[in-house]
Design a protein around this ligand. Structure first.
Ligand code: C2E
Ligand code: CA
Ligand code: CA
Length: 620
């Protein structure tokens, strides 16, 4: 390509038009005067009329330009007309040169020569953005001058010819240099330095253009947003150099495996975005997008070798179908983003296509986020307690589970609002409130004669790793619980801690342990449990995830897994809670394999404190 026709280019060309108009209308008057003085008024007058006509033409071109509302085709046509305008402009200056150069009277030829050189300098500097403009114009201007000097026939004429040739070369050379610099600056402004891919800004402009062409043709295209899974871990553990090299290898694979006609860009970090070519029907487009996604997912998962490290990485892909239904490029990127987050939430390494349901969920989450801020001051947050029973079906403990009842939303599941509270940071305040309420309840129960061996409280990772967590817990303990009751507390954490700074987590856990608190590994078996780190954490208990318990009736493999977990916990001397026990068959199976504590709808759901008290009294 000879030029990069982006917004800046067009705006640059557009800006030059009035400059050229002024550069011809004003000096042109001087030429008119000279023509009058030197008795060549008529030709000069005709010439000036032509200048005025071409200025009007230029002015109309100037007025008719509006980058955003013009289609690519119209922009193309506009630019072609501009080029002709510039040629005409310099052609007119060559014409006046030819007219005045022959006249020795009043040394008019000096002025003509200067005019021609001046115009050439103007052409080489102002038209440097496009080779196809400055090359011919410099020739149009300089060649007549060279011939003029040569025709003098005297020795100084030949010297001037040589000078004029040199000047032509210098002008071309300097225009070329500016052109290369412009191209380079443009490349830097539109590309990502690390991977050489187009950057976000370029992509959005490209997408906007694509959308215009799609709305004309009624066709469809797709947009893939690709985010690498756990890329941060590579960066953190192996360093940014290795991370960068991995990104480059990922990009090489992306480039290799996308179909022809697709554009790959880097949105930033480990996020990439791809648009496909135009496809006639929505169905075919959806199919094509999924095909491409599946191919990419498979290819990206192959081993990478970076400086002797064997690396594995998967990706999450969100798809949005581009059509004429929206005129805003960002809205499609946002859709793909929503779909991509959905993949992340469902365990990564996959592809989802955006649908309306997703956007409703996002809307709802925004509402939740807004209303959650008023939940604590509005007293909408309460705690329910789910009984935990021993092998003799005596209530020996409880898990505190938060409940949110909002006048507008009704009762909202913690599975829905806890992740939002974590994202927004509200979990710190909310978590403290939950701790305090649970502590107070525990003390009140003892006063009422309800003696539990343990009270479990869910602690989210963001809470645990917050700098003030241990201090807060200690303060609340001092305020509400004596040494005896502190021994009853169990904090439930999840396996997501592997993604965190494990040393820090262990140090926090040990400080809390010193205050008398025990720890339970919640949802055991669903995350990245590895025996090595299970051993490093100061754990007291594990909770077998309710999905495994639920599958006991149906699935041999899960049954084997549960037995393995139970054996392992017994060897490591960890207490075991089975959660989500819903049937007598599940209970019996767990009983026969040495499970210690049971929790689930078979016995009771989570209850408000008063109902829990009644349940306790009935079962003890
Ligand atoms: P979790 O910690 O795994 O809690 C167990 C969930 O399983 C609870 O749902 C409980 O009501 C439900 N459950 C109990 N028995 C059965 C059963 O037999 N069958 C089935 N299908 N489900 C059963 P809930 O209360 O909706 O809590 C959902 C999640 O929200 C919890 O999962 C926990 O991750 C989070 N959560 C709840 N309360 C808190 C809290 O106070 N703090 C934090 N950080 N997270 C909380
Ligand atoms: Ca739990
Ligand atoms: Ca659980």
């Amino acid at each position: 390509m000879d030029t990069i026709r982006d917004r800046h280019f067009y705006q640059y060309v557009h800006r030059q038009i009035p400059v050229f108009i002024l550069l011809s209308l004003l000096p042109g008057l001087g030429y008119l005067l000279l023509g009058w003085i030197n008795n060549i008024f008529m030709p000069a007058f005709v010439w000036y009329l032509l200048v005025v006509a071409s200025s009007i033409w230029g002015y109309r071109l100037y007025r008719s330009f509006d980058f955003d509302s013009m289609s690519e085709k119209r922009r193309d046509r506009w630019y072609r007309q501009c080029s002709w305008f510039f040629y005409a402009f310099f052609g007119l200056w060559t014409l006046i040169f030819l007219l005045y150069a022959g006249s020795e009277e009043n040394k008019l030829h000096y002025i003509a020569i200067f005019t021609e050189i001046g115009a050439s300098v103007v052409a080489s500097s102002l038209l440097a953005a496009d080779r196809r403009l400055y090359r011919p114009t410099i020739f149009i201007l300089m060649v007549p001058l060279i011939i003029y000097f040569a025709l003098i026939g005297e020795w100084y004429g030949y010297v001037l010819t040589a000078f004029a040739c040199t000047l032509t070369w210098v002008l071309l050379y300097s225009a070329n240099s500016s052109y290369k610099l412009l191209m380079q600056a443009n490349h830097q402004a539109t590309h990502d330095a690390l991977t050489g891919l187009h950057n976000r800004q370029f992509f959005i402009e490209h997408l906007q253009k694509r959308m215009n062409s799609l709305s004309e043709s009624g066709e469809f295209s797709f947009l893939l947003l690709i985010d690498l899974d756990h890329f941060k871990t590579v960066n953190d553990s192996l360093g940014h150099d290795i991370g960068d090299r991995l990104l480059q290898s990922v990009v090489a694979r992306l480039r290799q495996h996308v179909p022809a006609g697709t554009l790959v860009a880097r949105l930033g970090g480990d996020e990439f975005i791809i648009t496909g070519s135009n496809i006639a029907s929505r169905e075919a487009c959806e199919r094509a997008s999924l095909d491409v996604s599946e191919t990419l997912l498979a290819q990206l998962k192959e081993t990478y070798i970076v400086e002797q490290h064997h690396l594995y990485i998967s990706a999450s892909i969100g798809v949005s179908i581009i059509s004429s239904r929206s005129s805003n490029a960002n809205s499609f990127i946002k859709e793909a983003d929503i779909a991509m987050y959905e993949v992340k939430a469902k365990g990564r390494d996959g592809v989802f296509m955006f649908n309306e349901e997703m956007s409703e969920r996002v809307e709802r989450n925004l509402v939740i986020e807004r209303l959650l801020h008023f939940a604590l001051p509005g007293n909408e947050i309460t705690l329910h307690f789910q009984p935990q029973l021993n092998r003799d079906e005596k209530v020996i403990g409880a898990e505190a589970l938060v409940r949110w009842n909002n006048p507008r939303l009704g009762s909202v599941s913690p599975a829905q609002f806890i992740p939002i509270a974590e994202q927004t940071g509200l979990i710190i305040e909310l978590g403290n409130h939950i701790l305090e309420t649970a502590f107070i309840t525990l003390r009140e129960w003892r006063d009422k004669g309800i003696r539990l061996e343990q009270l479990s409280i869910n602690i989210s990772m963001r809470q645990l790793t917050h700098f003030s967590f241990t201090a807060q817990v200690e303060e609340l303990l001092n305020r509400h619980l004596d040494g005896e009751l502190r021994q009853k507390l169990v904090f439930e954490i999840t396996e997501s801690i592997v993604a965190e700074d494990i040393k820090r987590v262990i140090s926090v856990m040990n400080r809390l342990k010193a205050l008398g608190i025990r720890f339970s590994m919640d949802d055991f078996g669903t995350g990245y449990s590895s025996l090595s780190y299970l051993n490093r954490l100061p754990l007291y208990e594990i909770k077998i995830d309710r999905d495994f318990v639920g599958a006991l009736d149906q699935n041999d493999e899960d049954r084997a897994l549960v037995v393995t977990i139970l054996n392992m916990a017994n060897i490591l001397k960890l207490s075991i809670v089975a959660e989500g026990v819903e049937t007598a068959a599940q209970r019996d199976f767990l009983l026969s394999h040495d499970c210690h504590i049971f929790q689930g709808y078979l016995f009771s759901q989570a209850l408000p404190p008063a109902e829990f008290e009644a349940y306790y009294t009935g079962r003890s």
